[in-house]
Design a protein around this ligand. Sequence first.
Ligand code: BEZ
Length: 230
Amino acid sequence: MCTPIPGTSTPSTTSVAPQARTMPRIGDKAPDFTAQTTHGEIRFRDWQGDKWTLLFSHPADFTPVCSTELTELAKRNKEFEQRNFKLVGVSIDSIHSHLAWVENLDQILKTRLPFPLIADIDKKVSELYGMIHPGESSTVTVRALFFVDPKGTIRAIIYYPLNVGRSVDEILRVCDALHTADGNAVACPVNWKKGDPVIVPPPKTEKEVAARKALTNVDRLDFYLIKKSL
Ligand code: BEZ
């Protein structure tokens, strides 16, 4: 069904025993692959183009929680597009099952999925991305989310178990936070939402301490904890 692109599955240069590296991590290059999807065959990096990508797994087709998640992602797809994000789902199901489920979701929940679903019947993508957690299930993928930037770097990863549906609000919040942090060289504090004050990164040298002391129009709680509005 899909083929990992040689040389792309172990991108880190850190010396870790191969058997210990079962899944890509934040800061790694997203492993490339070709796969059959409901929108035709894709090579992940080519399909991604210059967009951010949310590669997410769901446990299986024709399951209730997954049905609610995928149709909610579909209904809010425009909100992802506004953030320059493309979505692609993956599960260990055949292309025939995916196609039938897409039709069924359209019929019962009146929602057409605008994004492709990868048919990962041979588990290549799921294993490449560490989406199978045997302690949870050795036959289906957990609810994984990989946020990949336009350069192909994994910027955030979230995992949920089989029995907890994801929050689309939280996923969009992470998209906003990544854009805000990148665009302004800041960090986003607890419970941050778009428009809230952000954190000035803590100083790493005495020179940076002095520079932060000189900042005006900031909420300075201490030399290392400074908030500002954008
Ligand atoms: C669900 O999507 O409903 C589901 C999938 C696997 C295990 C439990 C629930």
